[in-house]
Design a protein around this ligand. Structure first.
Ligand SMILES: CC(C)(COP(=O)(O)OP(=O)(O)OC[C@H]1O[C@@H](n2cnc3c(N)ncnc32)[C@H](O)[C@@H]1OP(=O)(O)O)[C@@H](O)C(=O)NCCC(=O)NCCS
Length: 434
């Protein structure tokens, strides 16, 4: 099979060979662009020596080798599958802008139970790219090995959803980040060095006492309890936040570190209070890989090591804070999980910020099911699953949450610094209302 044969195939021809009826619209995007890349190198991952090495780095065990061998052979033998592999690789890793593979074939007609292995091979192809990217940045090998192990969890998710190994094509968009961003696993957690940009909240620290205040964004609607919802109909009572900053002072509604808004309006002079978290400052965006065992010790060690690691490797771009949005920072976990839970203990160390609740945010990561909770069919196999469903059965509307943790506070992780200083914050700032 020559490259010219592959290059002459149209998206329709490739799809027909897979015997799938999915539409060609998304598949056809960038079809010509991917042709511009000589595929010889990207096909290397189909060779046993290459995928085996990547599989070992991924933390997957050799049980999968038979299925990978079968699938790699089928791809190499079929011009249509080869062209699709080339195109999928280009879109995932080489496209200048993200080009997700949504609505791509499942390959189950042509590959049967190995359909998801096509995407697993694309996923494994990230590993040589990550290794080369890390080597270029001078990252120690143990960090690279830890980081590449995320592939293992993509297979866990596919197994949970479909009952067989593979990778969901929708997961590949995230894998792309590892191959081109300053994104590393350090101990239990993963961190991505990137500017703080999307959030409306602004964080100030008292220059003398070190106390921290978080102002809600201008015009955010809160309900009477201090929650935010995606659907207007869920609001009962509440207020709309204000935020004003002049040359001399900042004034507005503040958020409690437990993740609920407060009707309290506070005014602070900028002589005494410094804005630390606002658009453009560098942050470590946190990501939490699957795997349980997020003990307070594991979290503390990871955060302290991350601070040291980024200071050493990226000294010219000092990060101010760790930030994250996830179901793991839902303030409602404090109401449904026991005090002894790892997640509740982690939350107490952080400054939580509310996020618009839509009834299901992030529950996929707990139940591997999409959409609103179904109390009859969703699994209750683990204590976390049972606790969340029992809580929601009482009529609560589920939402996720956001958080930040200032890196300067890393040595004091374990002392619940934001919550313990919350009451003493009040006398140092002027309360103007509520
Ligand atoms: C976040 C996470 C690491 C927290 O783990 P943890 O609280 O330290 O978990 P533990 O190991 O103490 O386990 C506590 C219980 O939760 C269960 N559990 C842990 N992770 C689970 C998950 N993802 N889904 C369902 N149950 C989970 C455990 O099985 C255990 O149940 P048991 O008491 O019945 O034995 C874990 O939930 C996880 O792996 N999540 C997936 C990744 C994720 O959600 N990332 C964020 C994406 S936005």
């Amino acid at each position: 099979m020559t490259l010219d044969t592959l290059a002459s195939l149209s998206p329709e021809q490739a799809l027909n060979a897979c015997q799938e009826t999915s539409d060609t619209d998304n598949l056809a995007k960038f079809w010509e662009e991917s042709l511009s890349e000589d595929p010889t190198e990207l096909f290397c991952i189909l060779e046993p020596s290459q995928w085996r090495e990547a599989r070992e780095w991924s933390g997957l065990n050799q049980d999968l080798d038979e299925a990978i061998t079968r699938t790699a052979t089928r791809i190499k033998q079929s011009p249509e599958l080869s062209r699709l592999f080339w195109h999928a690789y280009w879109r995932t890793y080489l496209a200048p802008e993200p080009a997700p593979l949504s609505k791509w074939p499942t390959f189950t007609q042509i590959l049967g139970d190995d359909g998801g292995i096509f995407y697993l091979l694309i996923c494994l192809a990230s590993i040589p790219l990550i290794r080369a990217w890390h080597a270029k940045m001078g990252i120690p090998e143990d960090i690279t090995r830890h980081t590449t192990a995320q592939v293992h969890w993509r297979v866990h998710v596919h197994q949970g959803i479909h009952g067989r190994p593979g990778v969901e094509e929708g997961q590949l968009g995230w894998i792309r980040h590892y191959t081109r961003e300053r994104y590393f696993r350090i101990g239990r957690l993963e961190y991505w060095l990137a500017p703080y940009k999307k959030w409306a909240e602004r964080v100030y620290r008292n220059r003398e006492t070190g106390e921290v205040l978080t102002f809600a964004g201008e015009g955010t609607r809160f309900d009477a309890k201090g929650r935010i919802f995606a659907d207007e109909q869920n609001y009962q009572g509440g207020w709309i936040s204000t935020y004003k900053r002049t040359q001399d002072y900042v004034e507005g509604h503040v958020i409690h570190p437990n993740g609920y808004g407060t009707p309290k309006q506070v005014k602070c002079t900028l002589k005494d209070w410094e804005c630390l978290l606002e658009e453009g400052v560098m942050t470590l965006q946190l990501h939490i890989p699957f795997g349980g065992g997020m003990t307070p010790d594991a979290c503390r060690e990871s955060i302290q090591q991350a601070k040291t690691f980024f200071e050493a490797h990226f000294p010219n771009e000092p990060a101010v804070a760790i930030t994250c949005g996830s179901w793991i920072f839902s303030p409602q976990l404090q109401e449904c999980l026991p005090e002894t839970s790892n997640l509740v203990a982690f939350q107490r160390e952080l400054f939580l910020i509310p996020n618009p609740a839509n009834g299901s945010n992030g529950l996929f990561f707990v139940f591997l099911k999409r959409g609103l909770p179904d109390f009859k069919t969703w699994p209750r196999e683990t204590s976390v699953q049972r606790a969340i469903l029992e809580y929601l059965e009482k009529g609560h509307i589920w939402g996720d949450g956001r958080m930040f943790f200032l890196l300067a506070d890393a040595p004091r992780f374990g002392q619940q610094i934001y919550r313990s200083s919350w009451t003493s914050t009040e006398p140092n700032a002027e309360t103007t209302n509520g």
